[in-house]
Design a protein around this ligand. Structure first.
Ligand code: ADP
Length: 272
């Protein structure tokens, strides 16, 4: 078990009018090499949960274990966790700020105090991992296309050599082609590198193809945590919590293409 979330609760602004119980008794096990699709309607708690996973936010109660260590223990290396659990925020390209792609991607490793050779190697590797040409290293990130900028931002997180990569809505705002390219790239990262992926989305379409497990959140709770085909057997309930019907049709087709026989009228999905 790589990470264990144990009865985690988080309350925003406790005790005042804006109080919001955003995470309610979250229990979750993340195994090494998992590709988890974390889905739920806007406001269901996905971002709040992911920010707990890399220690940016601290639970109101409950805890998280990373490789068996309690991350809230006073001796735990929280800074280490931030590089081990890389978080790519929504619209990460808004956080690019350096004058060249090289400088942006190498920013994190440089701050770790690594020697120049290691910084260079990590930067080149990370740029390759996201499918960009190293010809772009001297280019200003602001001259790149939207999809390329996003890849640069992801490379910046990969250069920290995370064991877990969390991507919050990585396809937001991209056209269908850009969306497919980014998702394929993430799938390749998972396949070729020993990396655990948590892909956050409000879209079942994004996660149906690649995830080995789906975690569905609603109103701060995990309502399903299972294989995609098991989760999609509950498609009527999924529609009720805002995961829309056209998406369900799409997902059913995806599952059929993965070899499951899908009987929509009987609400069952069986392995073919
Ligand atoms: P998601 O990522 O699924 O869209 P969030 O984790 O952003 O959901 O939000 C979960 C809930 O917490 C929502 O009801 C949201 O309005 C609330 N929330 C998020 N951030 C804050 C904040 N800074 N202060 C108060 N409430 C917040």
């Amino acid at each position: 078990m790589l990470m264990v979330v144990d009865k985690l609760n988080y309350i925003y602004s406790p005790g005042n009018a804006y109080e919001k119980h955003a995470l309610k008794d979250i229990n979750l096990v993340i195994e090494e090499r998992d590709f988890i699709g974390l889905i739920g309607h806007t406001g269901s708690g996905k971002s709040t949960l992911t920010q707990h996973l890399n220690g940016l936010m601290r639970g109101t109660s409950g805890t998280i274990y990373y490789k068996g260590e309690d991350i809230y223990d006073k001796n735990f290396n929280m800074k280490g966790l931030r590089s081990k659990v890389g978080l790519v925020f929504q619209y990460p390209e808004h956080q690019l700020f350096e004058t060249t792609v090289y400088k942006d991607v190498s920013f994190g490793p440089k701050n770790l105090g690594l020697d120049q050779l290691e910084v260079d190697l990590r930067t080149y590797d990370a740029v390759k991992m996201v499918g960009l040409s190293d010809d772009l290293l001297d280019t200003s990130p602001f001259e790149l296309s939207g999809g390329q900028k996003r890849r640069v931002a992801i490379a910046g997180v990969l250069a920290m050599k995370p064991e877990v990569l969390i991507l919050d809505e990585p396809t937001a705002g991209l056209d269908p082609k850009g969306r497919d390219e980014i998702l394929e790239q993430i799938a390749r990262l998972h396949k070729d590198n020993n990396i655990t992926i948590i892909l956050v989305s409000h879209s079942m379409e994004d996660v149906a193809k690649y995830a080995n497990r789906l975690v569905v959140m609603n109103k701060g709770e995990i309502v399903y945590n299972d294989t995609p085909h098991e989760v999609f057997t509950h498609y009527k309930e999924l529609e009720k919590i805002g995961l829309a019907a056209p998406q369900v049709t799409y997902v059913m087709n995806e599952l059929k293409s993965r070899g499951f026989s899908v009987n929509t009228s009987a609400t069952t999905v069986e392995e073919a």
